[in-house]
Design a protein around this ligand. Sequence first.
Ligand code: ITT
Length: 194
Amino acid sequence: MTNIVLATANAHKAEEMRAVLEPLGIHLLARPDDVAEVDETESTLEGNALLKAHALARATGTPAIADDTGLFVDALDGAPGVYSARYAGEGASYDDNVEKLLGELRGVARPARGARFRTVIAVAYPTGEDFWVEGVLEGSVAEQRRGTSGFGYDPVFIPDEAPERTLAELSAAEKNQLSHRGRALRFVANRLAK
Ligand code: ITT
């Protein structure tokens, strides 16, 4: 069993990460409460994921794993992208962000509603070494919310691979099977197994 400390403070992400990695022999240690939140000051997902992973590896002396994710919408020139967590402003809720997204896309028809989730997962070691991998999920933004599972933008994201449903209408296992995060996590498990 490999032990890695979680650098994400997002409980929904942590749950998805555990569900994929634990069966593959990678045990995720909880993020210690006494480590301050890391400001995401970089302008790329990989920059922010590396920042978070290195901060936790340094603070704990244990290898650390971080996730940084964004939703990139064609009609919005890639927004909200790296700023997905604070799209509707600092401290915005998931619902505020979804509301803003639906508002920005009012009147925009299907092909331009195309979008993708990108997740970068970074692993950093107390020695300063690191690596990162990426997982992508192609799809489009729905006209209205559907479904209650998942989190964030899941109720308005329709994956191309399951075009009848939003991500929030998939079970947790179905989401991890095809999602940006599920893919990236399986790449990480492969790298760690080498
Ligand atoms: P950490 O930095 O602590 O990991 P965070 O919530 O701030 O958590 P991000 O900076 O990666 O994470 O923000 C990405 C935002 O994108 C997140 O707050 C959600 O609103 C959304 N998001 C991320 N993964 C998602 C997913 O699988 N499905 C739907 N929305 C997602």
